[in-house]
Design a protein around this ligand. Sequence first.
Ligand SMILES: O=C(O)CCC(=O)C(=O)O
Length: 273
Amino acid sequence: MPYDSGLYAPEALIEPIGSFADITDSIREQYRELGFISVASAFSADLVDAARTALVDLVNSEIPEGTQLQFESEAKNILDTLSPEDKQDYVRKFMWFSHLNQATLNFMENSELISVVESLLGGECEMFQDMALFKPPAFGREKPWHQDHAYFNVPLGTKVVGVWIALDATFPENGCMHFLPGGHKDGPLPHWNRRDWQICDADVLGKTGQVAAPLPAGGCLIFDGLTPHGTPKNTSNARRRALQYHYVLKGTPRTTSEDRIAIFGDEGKNVSC
Ligand SMILES: O=C(O)CCC(=O)C(=O)O
């Protein structure tokens, strides 16, 4: 669906820090101020390669119950004609699959990542959602601006940490992440079902300070569940595959969709990130 080009007009590109080992108290303070951290070398090339291979295998396998595979509309009528390698270039998103393959489990259970997340949450964490976002070359759709918290049935005030891992180099033209720094401190924004479950375009167009966060493959973004973010369409010929996990403190109580839509807007009853 078309959208205003001003929605993705970063004033700056974020320079990532080197690795998880560089996450010091001052970087954690920056996370609290800006709402995100960007890390260039979070995962090795071998781990990334293995995850890419695993994703091709998984999207070409029988999908077990509880796992969701969603294709872009361009896949209609041609899926059966595609090679296993090409099929991934029609996937929009894949959910609840990480436990099915050792290579994706290696990301999900990475101890360095978990200790960073726990240092931000302040205690033992619980991963409650895993997904892969493919944004295929040439037509991978926009993910409009939103706050992840608007998708989750946890009480307002719960610290939610999102982790987004680049499996390909990502840059504005292939749909890298864009953030409104500090936007998490403004609290929940009303969301609407428009191009997706999203904040109002005017809430983004009217704001200054937007940034984009390009990354090399193996880089990672860690961000607060209230930080407004979005990704433009992939207008390039480059793949832009990513893994994404969400964490809360272990034992966090759950609320209901009714509680959530009372805060974020009543068009969001059955939505998934
Ligand atoms: O990977 C993307 O394009 C956007 C992912 C995202 O922001 C989300 O699923 O919440």
